[in-house]
Ligand binder design. Structure first.
Ligand SMILES: Cc1cc2nc3c(=O)[nH]c(=O)nc-3n(C[C@H](O)[C@H](O)[C@H](O)COP(=O)(O)OP(=O)(O)OC[C@H]3O[C@@H](n4cnc5c(N)ncnc54)[C@H](O)[C@@H]3O)c2cc1C
Length: 344
């Protein structure tokens, strides 16, 4: 007799409160993974069939009215020390841990590096997927290993930092391994000595204003949290997916040409090109604070599209496409969405 507890499959489950944009959406099937062994039970049972999508906190995903597939929600918990010496520590966090809980835990224990990424919504397991980043720091700077289960073979996989192929809001998990693996655990290498990273102008200015010339990690954590929520809508107040578009990277000749016409163009050198502020481009096209139906461009930050109440998936798609068309027509720059459309 098979006594294995398989994770339960629920039917017709509302996703409205399970993603931060808050669209009215329902999944045909919904499975919650509470323990790593649930993943193997699920794969062994043969019940996970395409189409499916892995869901963390839903803060970078949007769903249509009906998702005709299976949503697998990762809810595993646990933070532990793997190894430590006098100077540094390797910390492991389960994929379902909230990212900000991990950051707070590390700050409280004097393990440094993640504090500039305070208050990013979502889970640890999603952090390597788009290599989350904020205020001059990216997850890749501290990720040592990513553990995953291959959905097609059930095998355990371990990725070193190099093998993750991290880029700007990008990784192997969005490319070669997209839909291939469930991230189960992430290891972070953190320092026991605090050296503030204050290269990001607005963070440095905010700390200066508070008279914090030599801030502690906790003070940086608190300041980042405050200035983030000054300019971004809190998911509990207004639905959004954070930055809806990536900042585009353009060639030096394109940048120089635009800079001649628009001396106030916001951009900086990035690798072989220039990274340009998508918020600036969108604002120049007159979209800041405008809306189409019940989807709007956030008045304080035009990179963020917001749910003005009862917004539909089509309204988000239409508004994002209109913005992309305008930016391309005016600046010859194709914008790329950072937020993900999960359609099945
Ligand atoms: C208000 C707001 C502010 C934000 N600010 C930032 C910011 O400053 N910087 C930044 O980088 N992002 C930001 N974001 C975007 C978002 O927080 C990140 O993309 C975050 O990593 C998403 O985590 P999640 O758990 O919600 O992932 P989800 O939205 O659930 O999923 C995102 C992607 O990861 C995949 N995924 C999730 N968990 C796993 C897993 N265990 N295994 C395999 N694949 C998985 C999903 O399939 C999907 O492809 C913001 C979002 C909001 C709403």
């Amino acid at each position: 007799m098979d006594t294995t507890q398989h994770p339960t499959i629920q039917h017709d489950v509302s996703l409205k409160a399970r993603h931060t944009f808050g669209l009215d959406a329902t999944a045909d099937k919904y499975i919650e993974i509470q323990h790593p062994s649930d993943i193997h039970c699920l794969l062994d049972s043969g019940k996970l069939q395409k189409p499916f999508v892995i869901l963390g906190g839903g803060s970078n995903m949007l769903f249509p009215y009906r998702y005709h597939g299976t949503v697998v929600h990762i809810a595993t918990k646990g933070i532990r020390v793997v190894v430590e010496d006098e100077d540094a520590i390797t910390v492991s966090a389960a994929a379902g841990e909230l990212w900000d809980d991990l950051v707070r835990h590390c700050v409280a224990h004097g393990w440094h590096g993640l504090e500039n990424m305070a208050a990013i919504p979502g889970t640890v397991g999603a952090a390597p997927v788009q290599n989350v980043g904020a205020y001059g720091v990216e997850a890749k700077d501290y990720i040592e290993r990513v553990f995953a289960t291959d959905i097609t073979t059930g095998k355990s996989l371990i990725f070193t930092t190099e093998e993750c192929h991290f880029g700007y809001r990008d990784s192997i998990f969005k490319n070669k391994m997209a839909d291939r693996c469930i991230i189960t655990e992430v290891w972070f290498r953190l320092s026991k000595t605090y050296e503030p990273n204050l290269a990001y102008k607005s963070l440095m200015e905010a700390l200066k204003m508070d008279g914090l010339a030599n801030p502690s990690a906790r003070q940086v954590y608190d300041t980042v949290t405050r200035i983030r929520w000054d300019k971004l809508p809190r998911p509990e107040d207004m639905g959004s997916a954070g930055s809806f578009f990536k900042n585009p990277i353009i060639s030096p000749s394109h940048y120089n040409h635009l800079k001649e016409i628009h001396p106030d163009l916001h951009g900086h050198k990035d690798g072989n090109g220039y990274k340009v502020s998508a918020a600036w481009l969108i604002e120049q096209c007159g979209w800041k604070g405008r809306n189409m139906g019940r989807c709007g461009v956030y008045v304080k930050q035009p990179l963020v599209l917001v749910n003005l109440g009862g917004c539909t998936f089509d309204e988000v798609r239409n508004l994002s496409e209109a913005i992309m068309q305008d930016v391309e027509a005016q600046f010859d720059i194709p914008l790329e969405r950072e937020a993900l459309f999960s359609i099945a």
